[in-house]
Write a protein that binds this ligand. Structure first.
Ligand code: ADP
Ligand code: MG
Length: 429
């Protein structure tokens, strides 16, 4: 039933505190933004709040409705950062009449996303950043990745992950190379640009990368496809996760990184053609190792990261950290009803890694003392990037059409659970 005038989500313009003009009349009964029954008396120890006076001007009869809103949110710097980005419509979607604004309303100014649950109800969710289809790669990098990259440059481990249905822009967001068009560059390239800039200003910094693909619980080295049986190692004492068999390349400059990344992409394509699968079924994991020698005695140029060694007075000689940038497999459920044995096996395995990631996110969000990181290779790889002082940023990507209702809803719920994670739990088992 279309009893409301439709509007495009991104046409909403608002600055807080100010009057928001919207083509869609919003009635209290339709909005759970502000829940009179449960909304206010919540006590959060470490919090920040926003104060908003929002005017809804109904443009077809000049009614004005005001809403008074206090939004309380945790500002714990250890909380996982979660952002959402919608892909621009493609040709086919522009032609179709499926109305995205009926499903999702993006409110980037107040960092909220309103999701329609049914004909009567919509629910509003807060994110760290909300990116509309016009957001540039640069802005997305600054909102999603920069805080994590800065942490890595000051010695903290960091993880940036893209999660969402196939075709919603995960690879564009994190993996786009854009060698000849700087504006197009994704998070991987921009992160390396920043890290290399910091390294060139200090001769004692080394930058190394490895590039892996995880497919059906097998790790493949995208920089040396002939390698097999790559395994994950966990240091019993420090809890540090490493992949000793993976090729590690010392990166000199951005051009060198483009070359290496291109080799990785070519190998990824070849591997997937050989296995007769699509890259959307596998996870791509770029690891950047940053090592900063604290004095002249520090070792440099070593191939694989060693546990942090201490100098005479207990001062670390090498401060090292790593950044994981993960382009996750498509989150859509793979059709299990097919008779193709390979596809069924694949579905099971892909579900294993993503299901396991979801379970860890739920456990972390609930503050549980047991985080089931051992269930899959993906979560084992992420193990030392999930707890303690590590910084994590998740970008969820959604498609701009109401026809992806189920996947979009499930992606948003995944992101909302991750919003609750505070990275202060020391992972022990
Ligand atoms: P995924 O990795 O999630 O399967 P892709 O990154 O491959 O999705 O995106 C699907 C298509 O949409 C690609 O052709 C990509 O270039 C395009 N695309 C995605 N996001 C954007 C964007 N923000 N701006 C322009 N094109 C985009
Ligand atoms: Mg992709």
């Amino acid at each position: 039933p279309k009893d409301r005038p439709s509007s495009t989500a991104s046409s909403v313009s608002a600055a807080s505190p100010s009057t928001r003009r919207s083509g869609t009349p919003v009635h209290r009964s339709q909005s759970k933004d502000f829940d009179d029954d449960n909304g206010l008396l919540v006590m959060i120890v470490d919090f920040d709040f926003e104060f908003k006076l929002i005017g809804h001007m109904v443009n077809w009869n000049f009614d004005i409705e005001f809403e008074f809103q206090i939004v309380i949110f945790s500002t714990d710097p250890g909380r996982v950062r979660v952002s959402v980005r919608v892909r621009p419509r493609n040709g086919e979607e522009l032609k179709s009449d499926a109305d995205f604004a009926d499903l999702v309303e993006l409110q980037p100014e107040i960092k909220r996303l309103k999701l329609r649950k049914n004909n009567w109800n919509s629910e509003s969710y807060r994110f760290d950043e909300v990116f509309t289809d016009t957001a540039s790669q640069k802005r997305v990098y600054e909102g999603v990745a920069k805080p994590v990259v800065e942490g890595v440059l000051s010695g903290y481990n960091g993880t940036i992950m893209a999660y969402g249905q196939t075709g919603t822009g995960k690879t564009y967001t994190v993996g786009k190379i854009g060698k000849d068009d700087a504006a197009e560059r994704g998070i991987m390239v921009r992160a390396l640009e920043d890290i290399l800039a910091s390294a060139s200003s200090a001769s004692s910094v080394s930058v190394e990368i490895s590039y892996l693909q995880l497919y059906m619980e097998t790790i493949q080295d995208l920089l040396a496809p002939e390698k097999s049986n790559i395994s994950i190692n966990e240091d019993g004492k420090t809890g540090e996760v490493s992949v000793p068999g993976a090729t590690v390349v010392n990166i000199q400059d951005l051009d060198h990184f483009f070359q290496v990344l291109q080799v990785g992409e070519t190998n990824r394509h070849a591997a997937n053609t050989k296995m007769n699968t699509e890259s959307s079924r596998s996870h791509a994991i770029l690891t950047v190792y940053v090592r900063r020698a604290m004095n002249e005695k520090a070792e440099t140029g070593t191939k694989s990261p060693k546990p942090e060694s201490l100098g005479d007075k207990g001062i670390p000689r090498v401060r090292k950290s790593k950044l994981l940038i993960v382009d996750l497999a498509g989150s859509e459920r793979i059709n299990k009803s097919g008779t193709d044995g390979h596809l069924i096996e694949e579905a099971k395995f892909i579900n294993l890694s993503l299901t396991s990631l979801g379970k860890c996110i739920n456990a972390l969000a609930e503050g549980s003392s047991h985080i089931p990181t051992r269930d899959s290779k993906l979560t084992r790889l992420l193990r030392d990037s999930f707890g303690g002082s590590a910084r994590t940023s998740l970008i969820i990507t959604i498609g701009p059409s109401a026809r992806y209702h189920a996947e979009t809803t499930s992606t948003i719920m995944f992101g909302q659970r991750a919003m609750k994670i505070v990275n202060m739990v020391k992972l022990k088992e």
